[in-house]
Every structure is written in C-alpha cells, then in structure tokens.
Ligand binder design. Structure first.
Ligand SMILES: [Zn+2]
Ligand SMILES: [Zn+2]
Length: 352
C-alpha cells in the first residue's frame, strides 16, 4: 500500500510502499476514504512544540520518532477484521469515522473513558500510523462510529476539529446559552466551533482573528461579530461586544499573545479554555486569578463518548459542515505546506 510518511522532520513527506497490514486479534483494517489535515500534523512534521522561553518539546522526548504516517481525521471502509473483532461491528463494507484518540486501555484515565488523556497514548496518526495511506489499522471496532450517509470528507474533521471544539465548549456549561463565546482563531477549529455552538443552541460567537479572509469566513459561518486581533483596542472591542467582558473565551491558537488577549478581555468570573498548541509562555500576576476570579482551563481533543455525542448531534440537527477542500492523497505535501503558510480556509481533506 501507499503511505505518505515523515521520514525526516521538516522534510517533505515521502511516498513509501509498504505491505498492506493484516489485522490481528481485535484489529480492523480500513481502506481510507478521507483523511483530514490538521495543525497537529504540522507539529508532528516539524518534530517539536514551542514551550516558550526558547524551550522546545521534541517528539522524540515523547517517544514519537519517524517514520510517521500522519492524519488522525479518518473515514474508511472496513475491508478485513482480526479473529477476535466482534463480527457485527467489524463487518466488511461498513463505512465509519474513526475515533483516533486511543490510550493504553488499562490506566485509570482509560478506565474512566478518558483515553484522550492517557499517559501512554496510542493515538492514530501520532503514535500509530494514521490516514495518509491507502489503509489504516484500528485496534478495535469500538473506535468506529457510523456516519450514516454523511459525506466522508465532511465527516472526517469531526474526529479532531469537531470533538476538540465540542469537548471545549462543553466545559463552559450553561454559559454558552446565556452568553456569547469569544472564539480566538478562525481556522478549521474556529469555523467548526461556530457550527458546534449553533448546534448546541448557544447564544453565538464573537470571533477574533488576524486574517481578514478568515474573519469573513467566520461571518459567513454565522459569527455574531468579528474583531481584528491586531487592532490596538481589540480588548476594548471584545469587552464592548460582550457587554463588559467575556464570560467564556475559547482560545484555539494557544500562543502568548492570544492567551494574554483572552485573559485581558475576560469578565470577572470569566472562564478561559485553551485548546491551541501554537506555544509560548505567560507570566501571570497570581492575585489576578482569585481576585477577578478567573478559571483557566486546558482541553485536549475529546473522548470516544464525546465523539459519539457529536456525531449524534450532527445527525439530529443537520449541523452544517465547515468548508472542506478535497485534494488527492498525492498532494499531501502541498496540503501540509498550504496549512503551514496559513493559506487554508476551513479544512483540507485528502481523498484517494
Ligand atoms: Zn491509558
Ligand atoms: Zn487534529
């Protein structure tokens, strides 16, 4: 089978011909029908995260080394199953979205159903081969979710952009109904967050981004208002738009300037959730945390149960898909480069 692999960090993906794997035990083999391109793929391709203060966390320190087959946003068709895979869930011809955020299955987090925060993650497209290939192995069919006729390229981003924003928005509780959510970053995740927020019956989104093209995309997706992150009075504009300060801020960028903006525009009692991994660091005056009082929370992708809830929500509400650009798998490199240079509106999804 063909795989588009990282053989050396920062170098173009290379086409590698490998034997098609045979599913063992409970595993299922899927023929890839759609594979989304995410910012995390860029970090994996570059080989490090920016931890701030000049420090970098290399993937090698996390036990992740080339060769890597990227993409964790996968829809595929079951073509074979191991002898221990439950036959009804692993039937050949089933087309399903894959939950990629797989853990060790044995630690306390995994036993709570929070495989996404397992200390020994086995995520597809990260620790295990992902979707930039003709075929992918999934360890158990319980990670497959029926998409029942949803378009495969539109369903694929639900596995990361979708569940990441769904899980983050859930952390705000009822605030999403009573108050607008300030969303920082109008890339694929930002547009997805606008759609998920609408499907959940939220009050609406005030979207902040540097790029006028992305702000226009946010307005087209139904944002209540958009604000230029570069404006010298961006904090004041957000405070005015939220009637005195934001009670819910979702930072999908996660860089020093965006988290600073998020904390600056938050109301007393405000709740800031950070999902983005652009990196950097922040010095915070500690009395600010109790005196304002602020909640600063991280959110990392989502659980299998949350992805199942999200797919059910999409089916129930007909939630609109984010703009998706389909490109042939052979253009994996160009698609990654376009994302790297900020040229992608919505999501790029590779198809066979
Ligand atoms: Zn675990
Ligand atoms: Zn992702």
């Amino acid at each position: 089978m063909r795989c588009y692999c990282v053989l050396h960090h920062g170098q173009p993906l290379e086409l590698v011909d490998r034997p098609t794997p045979q599913p063992q035990g409970t595993e299922v083999l899927l023929r890839v029908q759609a594979a989304g391109v995410c910012h995390t793929d860029l970090h994996l391709w570059e080989g490090h995260y920016d931890m701030g203060g000049g420090k970098k966390l290399t993937l090698a320190e996390r036990g992740i080394k080339p060769p890597l087959t990227l993409s964790h946003e996968i829809v595929g068709e079951v073509v074979a199953a191991g002898p221990l895979a439950p036959a009804d869930r692993a039937r050949v011809g089933r087309v399903a979205l894959v939950h990629p955020w797989i853990g060790c299955g044995q630690c306390p987090a995994c036993l709570r159903g929070e495989e996404n925060i397992c200390a020994k993650p086995q995520a597809l497209g990260v620790a295990r081969p992902g979707g930039f290939a003709d075929y992918v192995i999934v360890p158990h069919p319980r990670y497959l979710i029926d998409i029942d006729g949803l378009d495969v390229a539109q369903a694929a981003p639900l596995a990361c952009a979708g569940v990441t924003t769904y899980s983050a928005l859930k952390k705000f509780g009822d605030r999403i109904v009573s108050d607008p959510v300030v969303i920082i970053g109008a890339g694929g995740l930002g547009l997805m967050a606008i759609e998920v927020l609408k499907a959940l019956g939220g009050r609406g989104a005030i979207v902040v981004d540097l790029d006028p093209v992305k702000r226009d995309a946010a307005l087209a997706a139904g944002a209540l208002q958009v604000i230029d992150a570069k404006a010298s009075d961006a904090v004041a504009q957000i405070q005015q738009a939220t009637g005195g300060g934001a009670r819910a801020v979702l930072d999908l960028v996660g860089a020093t300037p965006t988290v600073t903006l998020a904390m600056g525009c938050a109301a007393r009692g405000g709740h800031v959730v950070i999902c983005g991994l652009m990196g950097g660091d922040l010095t915070v005056s500690l009395p600010v945390i109790p005196m304002r009082p602020l909640t600063l929370q991280g959110s990392y992708v989502g659980t299998l149960a949350e992805l199942e809830e999200l797919v059910a929500l999409v089916k129930r509400t007909g939630m609109r898909a984010i703009p998706v650009t389909r490109r042939p798998m052979e253009q994996a490199n160009a698609a990654l480069q376009d994302l790297h240079h900020g040229r992608v509106v919505g999501r790029t999804v590779l198809v066979p």
